[in-house]
Ligand binder design. Sequence first.
Ligand SMILES: [Zn+2]
Length: 482
Amino acid sequence: MKIASQAPSRPLSRVTTYAQDPMVGPVIEDTVELDKIGRRVDGPRVSIWDQEVMRASADGQGNYLYGPDNRKFDQVQAFTTTQKTLDLFENYANRKLPWAFENETLGVGPHAGEGVNAYYQRFAESLSFYYFDSKALGRRVQTSQSADVVSHETGHAILDGLKPQFGQTFDRETKAFHEAFGDCAAMLLTLSRPTNREAILRETGGDLRKENCLSRMGEEFGYAVRRLNKDPQDDRDYLRTHLNDFQYVNPDTLPADGPRETLSGEAHSFCQVWTRSFYDCLAGLFEQTGDLARAAEIGGNLLTLGVHMVSPTRARYSQLAAAMLRADQLLYQGQHSGALRQAFEKVGIATSQETLPEFNWQQAPADLPAAQSLLDQLGPGGFQAQRILKDGHGMTVLEGVRTQTVRDQDKASEVAQGMSLTFDAAGKLVHKVIDEASPESELIGMRDEITRSQTGLPSTWQTIREFSDGTTLISRLPVFID
Ligand SMILES: [Zn+2]
């Protein structure tokens, strides 16, 4: 007798969670693989820490079905959102993604204390979500209850794992891209759920130029914050909208900070230029495919491969856009270049690419010295090979850096300039990017961070050492607040 063999399906845990944001939609039931969540919201990649509430535990069937008034719900919600955001990006990258620290597990604290904030801190290896009482809402706002906020913070952790040096520069555009990537993660998580996709289509009648729960970011948090700031001009019930009118300009030419309705060099302001164009990419992909889930999958794939291929040291919107266009050629034979170009051009992001020499390696570089010789051969020289990065689509990215020290009165900072070469599975050079050396950008961003009042917030920079002339060498810490 023959017994039919079947691939064992992984046991699932049923969980309750908000589909998007507490102000947007109801609590839904979702599932997470039991081997990811464990029996105490404690999995191999994501684990809950909580000093205020006992850890939630799974019921006899392995499920976590709490109501939103139970504080253990916040643990399950934060766990589920973080894990699912990681799952999405691992699917886009087609490989396991690392955190920016050695530990395999990212800690997630849904009740980190009282505050109008949420953080990602590399050195703490964790996300922290704070809570505050909102008189306007007549309840406590738990930032961990918003999938928008949790997936945004998870986005910081994912990007930090992919491009660790992005977290160590004072450069305004790079810090803004970190914020933008978080908002892109929130959009992609929103679109991964059928209930959200149906709500978006219902709300807009299929016209994504109308405001909807995808274009609005952090509804409950934004609503409560605007009632705290007592500005009668500010009537927006969200933190940011991707349907904004901001146009790309060099962020160094903008004021360091400013009111919400104007574009400034502050990271959460300047990020809106990128998120606007990414939202438009998704809208264009939806027009082309007629399928929101498919649009999100393509957009996520292109963003993720694009990020792999850009410079290791700093983010430039134009280089990211060019890398996404290249990713589209590599993954989809350029099928979506029209939609992408339109979205980038509308906000004034240039999409020019480096001209590529015809080049094929003889053999794949097995170590850094081998990578070094390719960097020397194909670049202007002086770039130190630092990493061989492999994505899951057969691409190999070689990264090189060179550094210089810049000074501003009694402070100094190191500026890294990066170069990346991408080869396809056959060893053909398919993308090349070199940063402009931008010491002035580093100095401008350094002044921002030193002067910005940080009362009560974790410091975002540290002293490395003092030179004999009294100058202090400082560096940015990979910490992201909000
Ligand atoms: Zn952020």
